[in-house]
Design a protein around this ligand. Structure first.
Ligand code: ZN
Ligand code: ZN
Length: 372
């Protein structure tokens, strides 16, 4: 399916009689501007696809003729399908198409930023509330000390790659949806570095990097949510040939706690009162994120009623204050009665009236009746 019904000339911003060079120039300019890796605009990806589609049509003589005479419908009946592509492959697509690198990042012979590392830690819910530190072990590629990262045995020399003559790239002419073009490929023999190592370093086997076990202590801020990631800048794998190191992303998983349920910065828990405790009033211990507290419940406390402890919830991450703790009352109804207990409850029921279960007038109701 076509992604757009807009006029292709309009999409590229060119005149109907624009020649191939003008069309290519317009496409190149728009692609630079709208590339989703570069553009901040929310609809960049959609517009980018439109632009690619428009270019696919207008840069091909037959398709362009078909479009000029019959419009979008003509292309559809002619069986035209815009290329679908994955944005991850775009730099490849561009270097293939333009014969160079559109954004000036990928081309520098093998000298690249190191890869990122993903790690994961699991913490208790109460630790998430307080904030904590954790040691996170991971394997990281670091520059080899023996060769200083260049991969050659010390004292030996590095020559130019014989396959690419030291340029790190190979040129190749081929055809694609964009027509015929010159493809510039990273040299497979030297992985684009242009270097030829005759005597690889004994320590790293020519890789220039070795794996090292490393442990980092990470600070987990109070209030962190399950699944949030902490970035440790520059702690990832070493770059190639002196390139910048990648980052470490530590994903924090917060274990569920059978006592608490978190919702945003608020926390819910329950407290069990026995039937007499609820009826007579009682002081009982309640779990909070900061340990147990004693809470007094009034006579006649109802099941499902909620006590709000302000500021006893989760700290607001990178903010001020804390959420609330909401304690919901559960009343335990006896399940196994002895003969005596049964007798007492039956007696109690016998002497109960509607008044026994009547709700107290609320403060507001009392106020109203005072003015009646
Ligand atoms: Zn080495
Ligand atoms: Zn090469």
């Amino acid at each position: 399916m076509a992604t757009t019904e807009r006029d292709y000339y309009e999409v590229l911003g060119v005149a109907r009689d624009a020649d191939d060079a003008e069309i290519k120039r317009a496409f190149r300019r728009l692609a630079r501007e709208l590339h989703p890796d570069v553009s901040e605009a929310a609809d960049a990806e959609l517009r980018f696809r439109e632009v690619v589609e428009a270019y696919e049509v207008l840069s091909n003589r037959e398709r362009r003729e078909l479009y000029d005479r019959f419009g979008h419908a003509g292309l559809r009946s002619g069986g035209f399908q815009p290329t679908t592509f994955d944005f991850g492959d775009l730099s490849d697509l561009f270097s293939a198409f333009f014969g160079d690198d559109l954004f000036g990042v990928a081309g520098r012979a093998g000298r690249g930023r190191g890869a990122d590392i993903a790690a994961r830690v699991e913490i208790e819910l109460t630790d998430a509330a307080r904030g904590t530190t954790r040691e996170v072990p991971f394997q990281v590629a670091v520059p080899c000390e023996r060769c200083g990262g260049d991969g050659a045995e010390p004292g030996t020399t590095i020559g130019a790659c014989p396959t690419c003559g030291g340029t790190g790239r190979l040129r190749q002419v081929s055809r694609s949806v964009f027509g015929e073009f010159v493809r510039t490929q990273t040299c497979p023999a030297c992985s684009g570095s242009g270097r030829w190592i005759e005597h690889p370093c004994e320590q790293c086997d020519g890789a220039g990097r070795v794996l090292e076990e490393r442990t980092l202590e990470i600070q987990i801020p109070a209030g962190i949510h399950d699944g949030q990631r902490i970035r440790l800048s520059g702690e990832g794998h070493a770059g190639l040939l002196g390139g910048r190191a990648g980052d470490v992303y530590v994903e924090v998983r917060v274990k569920s706690d059978e006592r608490f349920v978190r919702e945003g910065d608020d926390v819910y828990c329950t407290v069990d009162l026995t039937l007499p405790q609820a009826a007579l009033g009682a002081t009982v211990a309640v779990s909070t994120l900061d340990g147990e507290v004693e809470l007094a419940f009034e006579p006649g406390t109802q099941p499902g009623s909620v006590r709000v402890l302000r500021g006893r919830g989760f700290p607001v991450l990178r903010g001020f204050g804390r959420g609330d703790l909401r304690v919901m009352v559960n009343v335990l109804v006896p399940r196994q009665l002895t003969d005596e207990q049964r007798r007492l409850l039956e007696e109690f029921e016998h002497v109960s009236t509607d008044d026994t279960y009547r709700a107290d007038e609320s403060f507001f109701e009392k106020l109203k009746s005072a003015f009646r």
